[in-house]
Design a protein around this ligand. Structure first.
Ligand code: 13P
Length: 252
């Protein structure tokens, strides 16, 4: 049985004091989610990770939005796995379409990071998703299959089991134009089929999230789909009230 997961990707939002205020406001709702068998987490920027970790309910996952695969050294501007671990962070989002677009992150680069995270007993959340052009050409499945195969290349079945996948169609991110539950389920079901080919029965344990304009008003319909195991939410995860409403929508 795959546990439902709600993960808020804060992107480049919130100063440390704003992040702390959210953390303090979120304590009860985290308990409420956990009591209903839902895992919840937030992914603040690097400078906010320690303060969020210190102030939020310990049952809440706190995730980074990126990491470097090297242990240390001359990599100006980068953050290592060891640095994250020391502030108590053991989840990392990788391969988000914004990092692919603005920072040149490739599936192959994500593969190195995923392997480094798994070796450190951490949880990668690996994102995939197609552009509007690819969607309109009807090439979504081939596109995401390629991203999944390249990003997870060389993982053992046991390693793959620990990876969380997020399917985020780029045309639905921050646009208010969410994919219908049918489109999301169709692609996510297909992704599970690709995972089955690669990792056999481990595919049934791997969580696949939907992301792209998820709101309190539409989260329930995504959760009703058999292959959708949760949501990766940007804008609607930023305010405690909205985050709470997302949790409530997932419970319905
Ligand atoms: P929005 O929920 O703001 O569309 O963002 C989705 C996303 O990119 C989460 O990673």
């Amino acid at each position: 049985m795959r546990k439902k997961l709600l993960l808020g990707n804060w992107k480049m939002n919130k100063t440390p004091s704003e992040a702390k205020a959210f953390a303090l406001a979120a304590n009860e709702m985290v308990d409420y989610a956990v009591a209903h068998d839902i895992e919840v987490g937030v992914a603040p920027t690097f400078v906010c990770l320690a303060t969020v970790k210190e102030n939020i309910n310990p049952k809440c996952i706190v995730s980074a939005q990126n990491v470097n695969e090297h242990a240390s050294g001359a990599y100006t501007g980068e953050i290592s796995i060891g640095m994250l671990k020391e502030v108590g962070i053991d989840w990392v989002i990788l391969g988000h379409s914004e990092r692919r677009e603005y920072n040149g992150e490739t599936s192959e680069a994500c593969n190195l990071k995923i392997k480094a995270l798994l070796a450190a007993n951490m949880t990668p959340v690996y994102c995939c998703g197609e552009s509007l052009e690819t969607f309109e050409k009807g090439e979504t499945k081939a596109w995401v299959a390629e991203q999944i195969k390249a990003g997870l290349a060389g993982l053992s079945t046991e390693e793959a089991r620990k990876v969380v996948i997020a399917y985020e169609p780029i045309w639905a991110i921050g646009t208010g134009k969410s994919a219908t539950k049918e489109i999301a389920e169709d692609t996510i079901g297909y992704i599970r089929g690709v995972l089955r080919e690669l990792f056999a029965e481990a595919a049934e344990d791997m969580r696949i999230l939907y992301g792209g304009s998820v709101k309190p008003a539409n989260v329930t319909e995504y959760m009703s789909q058999p292959d959708i195991d949760g949501a990766l939410v940007g804008g609607a995860s930023l305010e405690p009230d909205s985050f709470k409403a997302l949790i409530e929508g997932m419970i319905k």
